[in-house]
Design a protein around this ligand. Structure first.
Ligand SMILES: Nc1ncnc2c1ncn2[C@@H]1O[C@H](COP(=O)(O)OP(=O)(O)OP(=O)(O)O)[C@@H](O)[C@H]1O
Length: 301
């Protein structure tokens, strides 16, 4: 089944082609991340999918419905978590969620939601007494109030401390495991790598690439980084011949290798034969962030 189907979607603001003939599909039950630099067209695309913005051209089906004409029945099936929702500051967490869940035909149990987002110890705290990260958790709980089939998450962990971010990632993954389809926008590539089944990279209103994170990494044909400390008393010219020339910063050697297994084998064999140790030896394959940077690089800069 297909949760979202977009074909040749376009939207301009005057002369700015914010979204320019893009096509992609989001499968039922997957986490799909929409990535791209500021101004790439992500928000415009997501708002069209949510039914909050009109399109100029193209076809869009979200949960089998055209969001432009879906009305309240469509809205009840989607959840939207924005970056900074405005809250009624005097309500407690529980009061706010009780109000919100009652708006939906199959609304979540508010107490369960509070536990799900990790706010159990704040259930009777007024909104004005929550920290920034706790407000974001409340944002998430509010987006889940209607037990949506499809959840739109806009930069869900911006402003979170590292532990809260990991907690949010576990929560988002658990929602997917319960069958919720999630469309995520984020500028944190680690977040996309961890969570997304597939990602789309937008650039200047167009799609630069769509695929699983591993497919994007492989498709960009990027080198693997090999690093280690140059053994004391040696210089870079003492190193064996590798698939790419090594570079050094202070005593740290870096090789952007096209044959990482072969190069690692040559280097460790060389070190053993010379009786030296390669401290901090690391072999780091390209990350989704490396692929993203290659796909969105502005050649004119
Ligand atoms: N209401 C608007 N009126 C005019 N131009 C707009 C409007 N909204 C967006 N744009 C322009 O459309 C382009 C795409 O904007 P959009 O907000 O969709 O990008 P984005 O990828 O979400 O960016 P960000 O990562 O900064 O949120 C940008 O050039 C932006 O300036």
């Amino acid at each position: 089944m297909t949760a979202i189907e977009v074909a040749d979607l376009s939207r301009a603001y005057g002369p700015v082609r914010a979204v320019d003939q893009i096509s992609f599909t989001v499968h039922d039950g997957e986490i799909f991340a929409l990535l791209g630099p500021n101004g790439a067209g992500k928000t415009t695309t997501v708002e069209i999918l949510e039914g909050y913005r009109t399109r100029d051209a193209g076809t869009v089906r979200v949960l089998g419905t055209d969001p432009a004409t879906g009305g309240s029945a469509f809205r009840a099936r989607i959840g939207v978590v924005l970056q900074s929702a405005g809250f009624e500051e005097e309500f407690t967490v529980l009061e706010l969620l009780r109000l919100q869940t009652r708006l939906y035909p199959k609304g979540h149990n508010p107490d369960e939601l509070i536990t799900l987002v990790g706010l159990a110890d704040k259930r009777t705290t007024r909104v004005k007494g929550l920290s920034g990260g706790q407000r974001r958790r409340l944002d998430l709980a509010l987006g889940l109030a209607g037990a949506p089939d499809l959840l739109f998450l806009d930069e869900p962990t911006t402003g979170f401390d590292p532990a809260a971010r990991h907690h949010a990632w576990d929560l988002i993954a658990s929602l997917r495991d319960r069958g919720t389809t999630i469309l995520l926008t984020t500028h944190y590539l680690e977040e996309a790598q961890r969570l997304a089944d597939r990602v789309a990279v937008m650039r200047d209103g167009r799609l630069a690439a769509v695929g699983a994170p591993d497919e994007l990494r492989a498709g960009c044909d990027l080198p693997t980084d090999i690093g280690f400390d140059l053994p004391a008393g040696l210089t870079i010219t003492d190193l064996p011949t590798l698939s790419a020339p090594p570079s050094t910063t202070r005593q740290q050697v870096r090789v952007r290798s096209r044959a990482p297994v072969e190069d690692a084998w040559i280097l460790t064999g060389w070190a053993r034969s010379r009786g030296v140790c390669l401290h901090d030896f690391t072999v780091a394959p390209p990350t989704l962030e490396d692929a993203y940077l290659a796909l969105t690089r502005d050649e004119s800069r």
